[in-house]
Design a protein around this ligand. Structure first.
Ligand code: XBP
Ligand code: MG
Length: 253
């Protein structure tokens, strides 16, 4: 069995977009609309259990703002979210959000090795475009054969819809691939599609449960900046290379 493809989550996996981008954009959107809502980092940590920005806003209203009234909460959340997306894209365009360690290097190595690549995320498509274009250049969007994003599927993560959709688009079996995720909702989604998952944790997800992971690392690592192994087998690797991924694949997929 050969490793054929890598499927990447975006938020929290490719970059710390939640802390440095989405949270900032939500708060700026609230302020611009005259709402007195301010999401702290601590609150956002909890709100991240709900995937999808619009659903997160509705969850916040229902659970934290019982006195807030509006005629149509769906339409209201959609309009707040549209402004938040505009602001998020602006922040990314200002170059405020770098990729996490090892991400760009692994993309290059994977391409050189002929591995196919795709994206499977819950975030809005415009956000993915902006992040890739601003960190790697617009031409890097073509490195991904399929970009599965937002509500292209009926159910967001932790449902497996987005991974099922990407596999179908690429005409691949789950055993041909490795998924890259950072969160419980993400690994549940990938596992639903029978994918094996490599986890890189971040400040919001380091306490999550990742029993299904093939390995759990703090990040992908660089030659001069090794990853920390949290659980699993690093073999001889100190940073994630295509050879290491092939070893993991042979062992687990
Ligand atoms: C990402 C999400 C998204 C982002 C915000 O989850 O849940 O909602 O937080 O983006 P994952 P939007 O990393 O598992 O894909 O506001 O565009 O939804
Ligand atoms: Mg994520």
């Amino acid at each position: 069995m050969t490793l054929k493809a890598l499927i990447f989550d975006v938020d929290g996996t490719l970059a710390n977009t939640e802390r440095d981008g989405h949270l900032v954009a939500f708060n700026l959107a609230f302020a611009e609309l005259g709402l007195d809502w301010v999401w702290s980092n601590e609150l956002y940590h909890k709100l991240l259990d709900v995937t999808g920005g619009q659903l997160r806003i509705k969850h916040y209203v229902n659970d934290y703002k019982p006195d807030f009234s509006c005629d149509d909460l769906d339409a209201f959340a959609a309009s707040v979210h549209a402004l938040k997306t505009e602001i998020y894209v602006r922040l990314v365009n200002e170059g405020k959000i770098p990729l996490r360690p090892g991400v760009e290097r692994l993309f290059h190595e994977a391409r050189d090795a002929g591995l196919r690549m795709a994206i499977a995320t819950t975030t809005t498509p415009a956000n993915v475009d902006a992040l890739i274009a601003n960190t790697l250049g617009r031409e890097a969007l073509d490195w991904f054969e399929v970009i599965g994003a937002g509500n292209i599927v009926p159910n967001l993560k932790p449902a497996g819809d987005i991974y099922h959709w990407v596999l179908e688009q690429m005409n691949l079996e789950p055993k041909d691939c490795i998924a890259f995720e950072d969160s419980r909702n993400g690994i549940v989604s990938a596992t639903d599609a029978n994918l094996k998952t490599l986890i890189t944790t971040n400040e919001y997800t380091e306490s999550h449960q990742f029993d299904e992971a093939i390995v759990i690392l703090n990040n992908l690592g660089e030659p001069n900046k090794p990853f920390t192994l949290i659980e699993g087998d690093a073999t001889d690797a100190t940073y994630v290379t295509v050879d290491y991924l092939k070893e993991l694949h042979a062992k687990h997929c």
